[in-house]
Design a protein around this ligand. Structure first.
Ligand code: ZN
Length: 329
């Protein structure tokens, strides 16, 4: 993607384009911002502009072989440093391997580039090992660190990077991005506020515990039938907690209902709870599009009430009862 096509981060994009055009690109950048606000997309667009064979006004051309390779997701001079699949952290060995790779000449581009994501997952050893490379990357490599919480980074790492702050996306930008992904305009406008400034908010929540809660929550929704009041009250007793915990529960619930609404109205494109697709599809079929929309509004309204001063358990009881009655079959 070109830098010019990034939505909602004009200040950062303008600064990057100016430094590219003036040939004053930093060795190391720190992109700070909430998950899902476009840091990774912007970092890749920056790399594309730097690698491009025919750049225009500090941006990539979008059509040269280098631009096409990056768009296809593979370029031999771009390296990603992230935790290994079954690991939480970025280990020192990974940083050493990266340093080894960066010390070689670029294959095709005029320089190499590396994205480190999430930078706050580097162990202290890994971060310390990276310091020297951040100061003087070999062969003009550009290193881009992406972080949501820069206070978790070593101050010595922070101080060696040019720090750029990304803002959460506004609802209009989220709606435009959803629409660009093929969602119906009206639905996109309705769903945008759920993203809370982050297109990938739901995708970024990970971990087994979270997956288990989502799955349990969906099972509770599926079992919520108006005739089975005792079951509903038991489930709600089990799930609800204090105000904060119940608000978090409603965030998960909203992500499930958002998926149900998508499945009921526009298909599986954009669904975030992939592991539950089968159960979600079956549940979505039990609603009409209108009652699905009503369910979403009910969930939003209940979440607001829980944040206010309504008893969290009572709010969840009431939600589950009404959820069951909104289902048409
Ligand atoms: Zn190009």
């Amino acid at each position: 993607m070109k830098l010019a096509a990034i939505l909602g981060q004009e200040r950062v994009v303008d600064a990057l384009r100016r430094s590219i055009a003036a040939n004053r690109v930093a060795h190391a950048y720190l992109f700070e911002g909430p998950n899902g606000c476009g840091r990774r997309t912007t970092a890749l667009a920056l790399v594309q502009a730097l690698f491009c064979g025919a750049p225009v006004a500090g941006d990539a051309c979008g059509t040269c072989p280098s631009c096409r390779k990056l768009a296809a997701g593979h370029h031999p001079d771009l390296h990603l440093l992230e935790p290994l699949p079954d690991k939480r952290d970025i280990a020192i060995e990974q940083v050493r391997e990266l340093q080894q790779v960066l010390s070689l000449r670029p294959y095709e581009a005029s320089r190499k580039a590396c994205l480190i994501y999430p930078a706050e997952r580097m162990t202290v050893g890994a971060a310390n090992s990276l310091l020297k490379t951040l100061e003087e990357p070999p062969g003009h490599a550009v290193i881009i660190l992406l972080a949501a919480q820069t206070d978790l980074l070593l101050p010595t790492v922070r101080s060696r990077c040019q720090h750029l702050r990304f803002s959460p996306l506004d609802d209009r930008t989220v709606a435009a991005l959803l629409e660009a992904q093929g969602m119906d305009r009206e639905l996109a406008a309705k769903l945008a506020p759920l993203a809370q400034g982050s297109l990938e908010r739901a995708r970024d929540i990970d971990g087994e515990e979270d997956a288990r809660r989502r799955s349990a929550l969906l099972a509770t929704l599926r079992a919520a039938t108006p005739g089975r009041i005792a079951t509903i009250f038991d489930a709600s007793e089990e799930l609800s907690g204090n105000r904060e915990e119940t608000t978090t529960l409603f965030d998960l619930l909203l992500s499930l209902i958002r998926d149900l609404l998508l499945l009921r109205t526009s298909g599986a494109n954009g669904v975030v709870n992939h592991p539950l697709l089968e159960q979600l599809t079956a549940e979505a079929a039990r609603f009409t599009p209108a009652s699905m929309m009503e369910t979403l509004e009910l969930a939003l309204e209940t979440r607001r009430a829980v944040q206010g001063n309504v008893n969290p358990k009572l709010a969840l009881d009431r939600f589950l009862l009404r959820y069951g009655s909104l289902r048409t079959n």
